[in-house]
Design a protein. Structure first.
Length: 486
């Protein structure tokens, strides 16, 4: 427990704590903020329950950012605090744990485990390396296509980017003798790491099931008057998403061109890896059939009367029945169960903050910022503030739960079309992670390889953010107009 004072060490030892110094300090800050807010008088226009819940919520969000404890632990403590203080009844505190969308995300985590267990995800990636790997740019697009194909089925952007794509990008970099330890990071590795990370951010915005916190947006959007299903989310992001996925590797290529531009041996590398994997296994074929069925049910669910979560349960049942996944695989999916706990907790508090009137109160205060503005002015201004405020966040979930509803309500109150507002802020809720090396769960993994310097990472993020504003804010708005969202 180095870093603690002698007294802190003694206290920690007596009560069996095992905290690092930074965690202990973070915990003290979180508790201080909680008690400060709890003891402050309830602001005019709010009821006591709304303010008490806000105190718990603010401390929870701060805990998510500072991380004195894992997110799941913080969520459990927050739920206990809500009930023990009578801020929420027990049934209210557990309400979101029965949400169909929350269960969809959990099941998607479990389904995604099949990609890793069977090796199908890696096989898909190596096939794209084989077909597109004659140049470094082609290699990058092969990885982009792979990530995009996996995105609808992997709600953890970290699992998708870090668990499947990153190991392949790292292996390819090593294959071409690009290693930051000997100063050869710019041969290829730096370029691939930048492309793979920014692709991970874009694909997170493409589907309701491609980022764990997207369902929060869907539920909040429903409260504001727009139902975001899996299909209409995918339709809305299709055109700007494809353009963004095509343009981003090119921007990075011209900003930071790799020293090796032709990669003839990449085909041999992929061939070797595929040979080691052998022919398609029965388990992989089962995965392909299952996910094909799932995609049909998700797309045609509205016509067939099948709820997306029901479809996901059918897919999971098939994988369990065929023993592609064992029950131990379900129990060992720690990331999924962890997400289920903290996502349900944060969503629940967000829902009741809205029900208790806090979001309306905040939006009324924010209304002063855009007083007298037309929505054509206020919506871009609010969207820009929302996007770049992510410099202050290390979690997309924390950003969404603390700011999305308030910003959307203010924009809508100025006359902004509901569909345009909700969709613009929804995609910005993901794309804003491009800015920093701590903006999402995947960022520290790619940045931690030391292929990309701090300066280069932030500069690239700032420039890519401008591309996102133009493509998604400009062309995206036109596409949403065509779709009839506004």
């Amino acid at each position: 427990m180095s870093g603690l004072t002698v007294n802190q060490e003694k206290i920690a030892e007596k009560i069996n704590f095992n905290w690092k110094s930074s965690e202990l300090k973070a915990g003290v800050i979180v508790l201080a903020v909680f008690f400060l807010l709890w003891l402050l008088p309830t602001p005019a226009g709010l009821n006591d329950n709304a303010w008490k819940l806000f105190a718990i919520f603010a401390a929870t969000i701060l805990g998510v950012i500072l991380k004195p404890l894992p997110m799941g632990s913080i969520a459990i403590i927050a739920t206990a605090t809500c009930t023990i203080t009578n801020t929420l009844t027990l049934n209210q505190a557990l309400e979101s744990f029965s949400s169909g969308i929350i269960w969809l995300i959990l099941i998607s985590f479990l389904l995604a485990r099949g990609f890793v267990k069977t090796g199908l995800g890696s096989r898909i990636a190596y096939h794209f390396v084989y077909f597109f790997g004659k140049t470094t740019l082609g290699l990058a697009y092969g990885l982009v296509i792979t990530e995009t194909m996996l995105a609808p089925f992997t709600p953890s952007s970290t699992a998708r980017g870090a668990g499947i794509i990153f190991p392949i990008a790292s292996a390819l970099s090593n294959e071409f003798n690009s290693n930051p330890n000997d100063g050869t990071q710019n041969v290829m590795g730096a370029y691939l790491m930048k492309v793979c990370y920014h692709t991970n951010i874009i694909t997170s915005a493409l589907f309701l099931t491609s980022m764990a916190a997207n369902p929060i947006i869907a539920i909040l959007a429903g409260d504001l008057g727009l139902q975001l299903s899996w299909v209409n989310w995918a339709m809305a992001t299709f055109v700007p998403g494809i353009i963004s996925l095509i343009v981003t590797p090119l921007i990075i290529y011209f900003l930071y061109p790799p020293e090796v531009k032709h990669t003839a041996s990449a085909k041999e590398f992929a061939t070797q890896k595929l040979a080691e994997m052998g022919s398609l296994k029965v388990s992989e074929i089962t995965m392909i059939i299952t996910f094909g069925l799932l995609l049909v049910l998700w797309v045609m669910g509205g016509i067939l009367g099948v709820h997306p979560t029901s479809a996901a349960l059918v897919g999971l049942s098939i994988l369990l029945f065929t023993r592609v996944l064992e029950w131990d695989d379900i129990l060992n999916e720690k990331a999924g169960w962890n997400t289920f706990i903290w996502l349900s907790t944060l969503l629940n508090m967000t829902n009741f903050l809205a029900k208790f009137g806090l979001m309306l109160w905040v939006s009324n205060k924010m209304q002063l910022l855009v007083a007298g503005m037309s929505w054509i002015t206020s919506l871009p201004l609010l969207a820009l503030i929302y996007f770049y405020s992510h410099y202050a966040f290390a979690s997309l979930t924390a950003h969404i739960t603390s700011m999305y509803s308030a910003f959307a309500m203010v924009a809508i109150n100025t006359g902004a079309p509901i569909g345009l507002t909700i969709m613009l802020l929804a995609v910005f809720s993901n794309l804003c992670a491009c800015l920093t090396h701590y903006g999402s769960g995947t960022a520290p993994i790619y940045f931690g390889t030391n292929y990309v310097s701090f300066k280069a990472w932030w500069r690239t993020g700032a420039l890519i953010s401008l591309s996102h504003l133009l493509i998604w804010g400009g062309l995206g708005s036109i596409w949403w107009k065509i779709l009839g969202l506004w």
